[in-house]
Design a binder for this molecule. Structure first.
Ligand code: ADP
Ligand code: MG
Ligand code: MG
Length: 254
């Protein structure tokens, strides 16, 4: 079953054309990695899918479970099961992480036609999810992301994901700024959450993360397009050979 189908997606920022026709199909159960040089449009792609207001989609389509994602408000996209870490505000002083997570969780439950969980039941659930990211319960009482280290923010992202159980998770540079232990915990969390019913798109600049999360497909984005796709071995080839050869290969067509 195709979860997400992106066709000829074009987008601009401040009047500059950045995405120049992106095509991607993601089925349930798949893990896709999008790699590519800096400035190639990877983050723009994830933000366009999330509905970030600074990124104007100018053409093409993105169909998520039969619905036109591009016509949905960012919050609707999240409630429908599209997870993008940055949809969640960086820091919210005065709001505990626990309260924030409960509100986010219950609004997703509502979307699914389920009853809200009360504070007690939510407590039980969150304890279970904390184990996935090996996070200390003390995190829950701190303000959302306030004073969190880079690694703690990333783990908190995975905690949000564990809780919201999205149909598709788009993780942009989840590995940046992580030491090796935190990287393993995050990768382990992503692996535990991956199931035949959901899909993951990992956007990463480095091959490193893919030592721990094995993708089914690897795509190279350059100049606002996916110019090459392959299996997990493509990531290793990119690691050893860089991106230039892919650009040259695609040069004739792009
Ligand atoms: P990547 O994530 O692959 O490094 P980005 O999507 O961040 O690439 O950026 C692609 C291009 O779009 C770059 O040339 C970048 O300068 C430009 N760009 C991205 N966001 C903005 C923005 N908010 N304003 C102006 N230019 C932007
Ligand atoms: Mg960048
Ligand atoms: Mg980026």
């Amino acid at each position: 079953e195709i979860l997400l189908s992106v066709k000829d997606l074009t987008a601009e920022v401040d009047g500059n054309s950045i995405l120049k026709g992106v095509n991607l199909a993601v089925r349930s159960g798949e893990i896709h990695a999008i790699m590519g040089p800096n400035g190639s449009g990877k983050s723009t792609f994830s933000k366009a899918l999330a509905g970030h207001p600074a990124y104007e989609v100018t053409g093409g389509e993105a169909i998520f479970q039969g619905k036109n994602l591009l016509e949905m408000e960012p919050e609707e996209r999240a409630r429908a099961g599209v997870f993008l870490a940055f949809q969640y505000p960086l820091e919210i002083p005065g709001v505990s992480n626990l309260d924030f997570l409960r509100v986010a969780y219950n609004s997703r439950r509502k979307e699914q036609g389920l009853e809200e969980l009360d504070a007690f039941d939510f407590d039980d659930l969150i304890q279970e999810k904390l184990d996935v990211v090996k996070m200390d319960a003390a995190f829950l009482n701190r303000s959302v992301n306030e004073g969190f280290s880079g690694g703690e923010k990333k783990r908190n992202e995975i905690l949000q994901m564990a809780l919201l159980e999205p149909k598709i998770a788009i993780l942009d540079e989840t590995d940046s700024g992580l030491d090796i232990d935190a990287l393993k915990i995050v990768a382990n969390g992503v692996n535990q959450l991956a199931s035949p019913e959901n899909a993951t798109i990992l956007i990463t600049h480095y091959q490193r993360l893919l030592n721990y999360i094995v993708p089914d497909y690897v795509h190279v984005m350059a100049r606002g397009q996916i110019i090459k796709s392959g299996g997990k071995e493509l990531a290793l080839e990119l690691e050893s050979r860089g991106y230039d050869w892919v650009l040259e290969q695609a040069g004739a067509e792009v």
